[in-house]
Design a protein around this ligand. Structure first.
Ligand code: ADP
Ligand code: MG
Length: 233
């Protein structure tokens, strides 16, 4: 269990403004957003124990503050199916250069989604927290097919955000695929809206990707950035 307000306060006091994926997802779990079971480990023995506890297939990721885009540096090892594969992945992760202490996130491999989603929050200078929604991959990266709303949002706003993107048909049973669980997306948008309105110290959030299914969803990667402490307090 995590007291979110206390956790954020303590992070800001020690000037640790960029939460790791592990920390970010623990926070999301606390507000009821589904994440794959995860454990943080600091040795090979702990990693192998965590693997046995969580069960295969697994994902191992290197958690270090100086590694932001994990897959670009080889810090994500997907679909590990045995103790041997986990041991090898652990050695490979430990060989990646990093200036800070390395920890490993051992997490359950989520099953293939209908599509990947991106759900985010940025702080607008003028309007404050803004929520963002899009479908992952080239739709967001190349075509910038995203929708925005200033928080707090209503359920109606959340449904509009989802329906107004051009890629919406992908969520609505495109080419014989099942329809995505729109209610589950609405729920995440409302929970994030509520979180950022109650915790003004959150500067930015990036849930990328969220795996969406016909029933439910799971956030497999997240990053939360906090605001600097104001000196005049
Ligand atoms: P990056 O820091 O590069 O964004 P991610 O944690 O997003 O790293 O992992 C890269 C990709 O690996 C994700 O976009 C997703 O497709 C896949 N992935 C990551 N974690 C999991 C998981 N627990 N289960 C299934 N696939 C995953
Ligand atoms: Mg990611």
């Amino acid at each position: 269990m995590m007291n979110i307000t206390e956790f954020i306060k303590q992070k800001i006091n020690s000037n640790e403004l960029v939460l790791t994926e592990y920390e970010s997802k623990e926070l999301l779990k606390e507000i009821g957003i589904p994440i794959p079971p995860q454990k943080l480990t600091v040795s090979k023995e702990e990693t192998l124990d965590a693997a046995e506890d969580i069960g295969y297939p697994l994902v191992l990721k290197l958690m270090a503050e100086d590694i932001v885009h994990k897959s670009d540096t080889g810090a994500v090892k997907l679909n590990l199916k045995s103790k041997e594969e986990v041991a090898r992945a652990y050695d490979e992760l430990m060989a990646i250069p990093s200036k800070v202490e390395k920890k490993i996130s051992v997490q359950k491999m989520a099953k293939e989604p209908i599509t990947e989603l991106i759900i985010g929050m940025t702080t607008d200078q003028q309007f404050g927290p803004a929520l963002m929604f899009g479908i992952g991959g080239i739709l967001v990266e190349l075509l910038e097919d995203v929708s925005f709303r200033i928080a707090p949002i209503t359920e109606y706003d959340a449904r509009e955000m989802i329906h107004e993107i051009k890629g919406f048909p992908i969520l609505d049973g495109y080419r014989g695929k099942p329809k995505a669980d729109i209610d589950a997306i609405v729920d995440v948008l409302l929970k994030i809206s509520d979180l950022v309105v109650k915790n003004e110290e959150i500067h930015e959030m990036d849930l990328n990707p969220v795996f969406i299914y016909d029933k439910g969803l799971v956030c497999v990667d997240a990053r939360i950035i906090l605001k600097k402490r104001e000196n005049n307090e």
